[in-house]
Write a protein that binds this ligand. Structure first.
Ligand code: CP
Length: 313
C-alpha cells in the first residue's frame, strides 16, 4: 500500500480488523518496525483524538514523530500551478511537499472541507496536493470527503462488541448549530458497505441526502423512530446538506438522540460531541455508549495503517 487515503485502501477489512485487535493486545509487538523512521503530522484543522492517537500509534511502532499545526503556524499555501503569487499565499505546494518529503518517511495530513466550494472539496485539493507533490506515503487524518482512520476504528469497535452475526447498524443524522463536513459519515457508510456483515441503513431529515455516489443503494429513512427500531448500533453524526452545499437546513431538536430513541442499542459517535444538542447526557453517561471505546481504537486503527505503510517503504 503506497498511501492510506480512503476506506478503499483497506483491501481486506477482516484482516485489518484482526491485525488491529492483535496490536491492541500487544501494542509493542512491532516496536522495531519504525526505528530510525520519521512520521510528520500536518494539521490544517483542530484535533484531540487524531493527533494523540496517531502519536501513540507511532510510539508503539518505534517511529519518531514531528507535528505542526500548519493551519496557523505554516505559510499560507498556493495549490494551483501557474499562479502569480502576488497576494496572500507565500509558499507553493510543490516546494512545501518537496521539503517535508526530505524530513519525513511518512506524512499525515488533516485538512477539512471548506463547505463553500464543492468542486474544490471533492477534488481534495490539500490531500491530493501533498499526494501528488510529496515523494513519501500520505496518511489521511481526515480530509474534505473522508475520515478512514475513524471508520477503521468504528469497524474494530463493532467487531469486538457485536454478539450477532449480522447486527443492525443505523447511521442517524442529529442536529448541530454549525455546518459540519460529510467526511465521517461518508467513510462510515463506505466502511459498512465493505464490512458487509451488517444490516445497514441511514436516517436523516429530507434535504440531508449525502453524495449518492457514496450512499449507493443503502436504504434511507426520513422517519428516525422507524429506522432506529430494534437497532443494535446507532451511529450518530451531524452533517451539513450536500445539495445545497454546506448549509444548515434544520436544527430540529426532535432528531437529538435520547435514551427512548436509543432503546437497547449501542451508541456510537466519533467525538467531539455537543451534549444535549446531538445526544442527551443520559445516553453518553450510560453503559450503552461506545464513544470511549471508539476513541481508544483510533490508536490501533492508526497503528494498523502505519504498519502497512512502513512495510511498503
Ligand atoms: N474523531 C476525531 O477525529 O476526533 P478529533 O477531531 O479530535 O481528532
Amino acid at each position: 500500500m503506497r498511501h492510506f487515503l480512503s476506506v478503499n485502501d483497506i483491501d481486506n477489512p477482516k484482516a485489518w480488523i484482526r491485525m488491529a485487535r492483535e496490536l491492541k493486545a500487544n501494542p509493542r509487538n512491532f516496536s522495531e518496525l519504525g526505528k530510525e523512521k520519521t512520521l510528520g503530522l500536518l494539521f490544517f484543522n483542530n484535533s484531540l483524538r487524531t493527533r494523540l492517537s496517531t502519536q501513540k500509534a507511532a510510539f508503539n511502532l518505534g517511529l519518531h514523530c514531528m507535528i505542526m499545526n500548519f493551519g496557523n503556524e505554516g505559510w499560507s499555501l498556493e495549490f494551483e500551478d501557474g499562479t502569480v503569487m502576488d497576494t496572500g499565499k507565500a509558499e507553493h505546494i510543490r516546494e512545501a511537499a518537496g521539503v517535508v518529503s526530505q524530513y519525513c518517511d511518512i506524512l499525515g495530513i488533516r485538512a477539512f472541507a471548506s463547505l463553500t466550494d464543492k468542486e474544490k472539496d471533492e477534488a481534495e485539493v490539500v490531500m491530493n496536493g501533498f499526494r501528488n507533490h510529496a515523494t513519501i506515503p500520505i496518511l489521511n487524518m481526515e480530509s474534505a470527503t473522508g475520515h478512514p482512520l475513524q471508520a477503521l476504528a468504528d469497524m474494530i469497535t463493532i467487531a469486538e462488541t457485536s454478539t450477532k452475526k449480522k447486527p443492525k447498524v443505523v447511521l442517524s443524522w442529529a442536529p448541530h448549530p454549525k455546518a459540519l463536513p460529510h467526511a465521517v459519515a461518508n467513510s462510515f457508510i463506505e466502511a459498512m458497505q465493505c464490512y458487509k456483515e451488517v444490516d445497514f441503513s441511514i436516517t436523516h431529515p429530507p434535504g440531508y441526502e449525502l453524495n449518492p455516489a457514496i450512499t449507493k443503494d443503502v436504504p434511507i429513512y426520513y422517519d428516525q423512530d422507524k429506522a432506529l427500531k430494534e437497532a443494535d448500533y446507532v451511529y450518530v453524526k451531524n452533517w451539513s446538506s450536500y445539495t445545497p452545499y454546506g448549509k444548515v437546513l434544520t436544527t430540529d431538536p426532535k432528531w437529538m438522540i435520547t435514551p427512548e430513541k436509543l432503546g437497547a442499542a449501542n451508541f456510537m459517535h466519533c467525538l467531539p460531541v455537543r451534549r444535549n444538542v446531538v445526544v442527551k447526557d443520559a445516553v453518553l453517561n450510560s453503559e450503552q455508549s461506545l464513544v470511549l471505546a471508539q476513541a481508544n481504537n483510533r490508536t490501533y486503527a492508526a497503528q494498523t495503517a502505519l504498519k502497512k505503510l512502513l512495510e511498503s517503504l
